[in-house]
Design a protein around this ligand. Structure first.
Ligand SMILES: Cc1ncc(COP(=O)(O)O)c(C=O)c1O
Length: 375
């Protein structure tokens, strides 16, 4: 059996073979490494995939969040609501822009922001909410957007782990996440469901004005060469990465479907183990399983991880601490105990290998290894 990895980019490389080489070679031939034709072409193709929204490519998912906040004219001292249990990027860019983060509690079932947590986190200085669609499943967006509309603030969706996830409205209507808030952000980090082979990101908005502003800020604040209208940043998706993404985008749905099928198999192995909670599927969302994340309810998460490691099964903890307890983001306003559910998740979660090229043998070996631990 092939060595197990959380994400197997070697298998992916074999799958795409010469398609990738040809795409990269074309860039080497025309030599427009920055702002080559692939960047615009990819932006348009991704826009089509997302239902026609404006797409501004940028250098990475963290920049996407920073650009989004800058385009909304948040000012130092303004506040943003962020889930306490997520990746660091939102907190980081908020700190860089001198904003104050108001953390909000998350769900033990779907790991995302809880609508009840928003009211608790609210203050009149809040200018935006940044829901994260963690692990590939949508946050309860309708409630979040309704709350934001009522307060007159913006919603910036962090869809870095959820490109292709669909939000399902109560009338059955569906829309891709990242397209429903005022601005959506994503990352093309290599391990993402749509990843490039370096860093990359993109920002989505339905507003032409915001799209123009985002493109300007991402390009040093200039619309016309050497005319700097505002302070911007240098945040570009490069041509080689765009060329790679153009090859991979047409396979995104197929790969997401395969991830879902693998998750179903994992579930079937684990659902009778009382000490494990399999990932909940919420009625308002499809799940694209960027991560397959279990909760270990018996307090033995770290032992399980060690046991799996001995058997050659990698497993990761996303994330080992909630952000309000991380050294860089601690504040006396949010002592330990402020968000019991986020803190509990950090002790209980474990993610198993998940990628579209897992073989049946590999899935069975991983799942049996988990079962053996609980036997
Ligand atoms: C939820 C979330 N937000 C933001 C990011 C940042 O993306 P990047 O690594 O491209 O800066 C990531 C992933 O890395 C992420 O998982």
């Amino acid at each position: 059996m092939r060595m197990l990895k959380m994400v197997d980019l070697g298998m992916e490389r074999q799958f795409f073979g010469p398609k990738l080489e040809n795409a990269i070679l074309q860039v080497l031939e025309h030599t427009q490494y920055i702002r080559g034709p692939e960047v615009n072409a990819f932006a348009q193709e991704l826009s089509g995939y997302l239902g026609g929204i404006h797409v501004t490519p940028c250098a990475n998912g963290t920049d996407a969040l920073q650009l989004a906040l800058m385009a909304l004219d948040v000012a130092p001292g303004d506040e943003v609501i962020v889930p306490a249990f997520t990746y660091v990027s939102t907190a980081e860019v908020a700190a860089l822009l001198r904003l104050r983060v108001r953390w909000a509690e998350v769900s033990l079932d779907h790991f995302n922001l809880l609508p009840e947590g928003l009211e608790k986190a609210w203050s009149p200085r809040v200018k935006a909410i940044v829901p994260v669609h963690l692990f590939g499943q949508a946050a309860p967006l309708k409630e979040i957007i309704d709350f934001a509309r009522e307060k007159g603030i913006a919603v910036i969706e962090d869809a870095a782990q959820a490109l292709g996830t669909e939000y399902i409205f109560s009338d059955g209507r569906r829309a891709k996440v990242g397209t429903l808030g005022d601005i959506g952000c994503t990352s093309f980090f290599p391990s993402k469901n749509l990843g490039c082979y370096g860093d990359g990101g993109a920002i989505f908005t339905a507003s032409v004005t915001l799209a123009q502003r985002l493109a300007r800020i991402a390009n040093h604040g200039q619309d016309t060469l050497y005319e700097f209208r505002e302070v911007g940043v240098n945040s570009r998706l490069d041509s080689i990465q765009a060329a790679i993404l153009r090859v991979k985008l047409p396979y995104l749905d197929e790969f997401n479907t395969r991830r879902r099928a693998i998750a179903d198999i994992y579930d079937s192995y684990f659902k009778d183990i009382a000490a494990l909670q399999v990932p909940a599927r919420m009625p308002w969302s499809t799940h694209i399983f960027h991560q397959y994340t279990l909760r270990v309810l018996s307090g033995k998460r770290d032992e399980l991880r060690g046991y799996l490691q001995q058997r050659g099964v990698p497993a990761m903890v996303y994330y080992p601490a909630p952000l309000h307890l991380q050294p860089a983001y601690r504040s006396p306003d949010y002592p330990e105990g402020s968000f019991p559910q986020a803190e509990r998740l950090a002790r209980e979660v474990i993610s198993l290998p998940m990628h579209p090229f897992l073989s049946e043998d590999q899935i069975a070996y991983i799942a049996e290894s988990v079962r053996d631990f609980f036997r």
